[in-house]
Design a protein around this ligand. Structure first.
Ligand SMILES: Cc1cc2nc3c(=O)[nH]c(=O)nc-3n(C[C@H](O)[C@H](O)[C@H](O)COP(=O)(O)O)c2cc1C
Length: 356
């Protein structure tokens, strides 16, 4: 039972340590000497990435440890989910580890200080010269107290507030932990949300890519409709996938009790479906739209499969919980080896290779 209750506490302690130690110059040098990942460069959305692997949304909700993540080997960071209004999220406990399955169940519910507070802390970071050189993404969710009818303004406001504090934006309409949120993936709501966000972007002087993050639980037809709508409404890429509501029954009793919790499942059990969704998106978009693959990446082979299935960039969350930060450099070293063994000249040649 302790293991169940302590997951979020352990997570908060890790973030605090990173915030306090990992962002000092001595701390980041020490971390970098332990966790340094080699280069495996790629250019996506016109941006240079040292390698394809980034930190998935939800780990650094407040963008608190932004400049520490590169010292752990990540080439890019997605902070958030941030909502327009501050919110506490669901009552604790709300994050559970199923150790034998290498899986997490969470029902955090977008706990975050709200867009203005996040913007203020990022402004302070910038003015202190503590902005990382790596590409930064912001994950934007819908405030709980806002209805789906009013969601367009809610997303657009957060986008507006955070505009100068991210290189790309991920519109999250796929978290299972905000009631009704995933209905925003449907054509009618989606087009309104995206129109409002595009209007904000049109008013800015600098273009920045907007991505849409999908749930793994969508029926194929609804997924493809959403893709059509999104591509007609200014979306530049897709992130697949968020956590799943689907479950199997694990053999192990601790895992069974975790799987019985309400919330989204992430980690190893998500891998097969995330790969499948990325593969379908790659086919459906004729490989013309960059894809970010996330869900169950926890090894060299799973990262390689995701890239070969069509992902130009990849992310992980759960594997960091189960394996610690060394998983990042381990994966990148392994990908470099795969590139060499396959006689590819760069990682770009591996993107979508299974389809060729
Ligand atoms: C505790 C927790 C919180 C999360 N919060 C968010 C979030 O705020 N926004 C979002 O788009 N995804 C969120 N996610 C989903 C992850 O970004 C990722 O899509 C999912 O965990 C699958 O990747 P993984 O198997 O590597 O964990 C969260 C996941 C976890 C475990």
């Amino acid at each position: 039972m302790l293991g169940l209750i302590d997951s979020e506490k352990a997570h908060s302690l890790g973030i605090s340590a990173l915030t306090n130690f990992g962002q000092t110059s001595v701390g980041s040098k020490i971390l970098d000497s332990i966790y340094h990942a080699p280069e495996l460069p790629t250019k996506v959305f016109g941006m240079d990435f040292q390698h394809p692997l980034g930190l998935a949304a939800g780990f650094d909700k407040k963008a608190q440890a932004l400049s520490a993540w590169p010292s752990l080997g990540f080439s890019w960071i997605e902070y958030g989910g941030v909502t327009r209004f501050p919110q506490d999220g669901n009552p604790k406990p709300r994050m559970f580890r199923a150790n034998k399955e290498n899986a997490l169940v969470n029902r955090m519910g977008f706990n975050n200080p709200g867009s203005i507070a996040v913007r203020d802390s990022l402004l302070e970071r910038k003015s202190k010269g503590q902005w990382p050189n790596n590409p930064i993404a912001a994950n934007i969710g819908r405030s709980k107290k806002v209805s789906n009818e009013d969601a367009p303004d809610d997303y657009a406001s957060t986008l507006d507030v955070l505009w100068d504090f991210s290189d790309l934006f991920v519109l999250n309409v796929s978290s299972p932990n905000t009631p009704g949120l995933r209905e925003l993936q449907g054509e009618e709501h989606l087009s309104k949300v995206l129109e409002a966000c595009s209007n904000i972007r049109d008013r800015k002087k600098n273009f920045k890519p907007m991505l849409l993050k999908f749930s793994p639980d969508m029926e194929d037809e609804i997924l493809f409709n959403s893709v059509e709508t999104a591509m007609n409404s200014g979306i530049n890429g897709f992130v697949a996938t968020n956590t799943t509501l689907s479950r199997y029954v694990p053999k192990n009793s601790q895992s069974r009790s975790v799987f019985a919790q309400t919330g989204g499942l992430s980690g190893r059990p998500l891998k097969a479906r995330s790969l499948e969704v990325v593969s379908m998106l790659y086919d459906y978009t004729d490989s013309k739209v960059p894809l970010v693959g996330v869900g169950g990446i926890d090894s060299v082979d799973s990262a390689w499969d995701m890239i070969n299935s069509g992902a130009s960039l990849i992310q992980l969350y759960s594997a960091l919980v189960f394996q610690g930060p060394s998983v990042v450099s381990h994966i990148i070293k392994g990908l470099k080896k795969k590139i060499y063994e396959n006689n590819f000249s760069s990682i770009d040649e591996a993107v979508g290779y299974y389809h060729k």
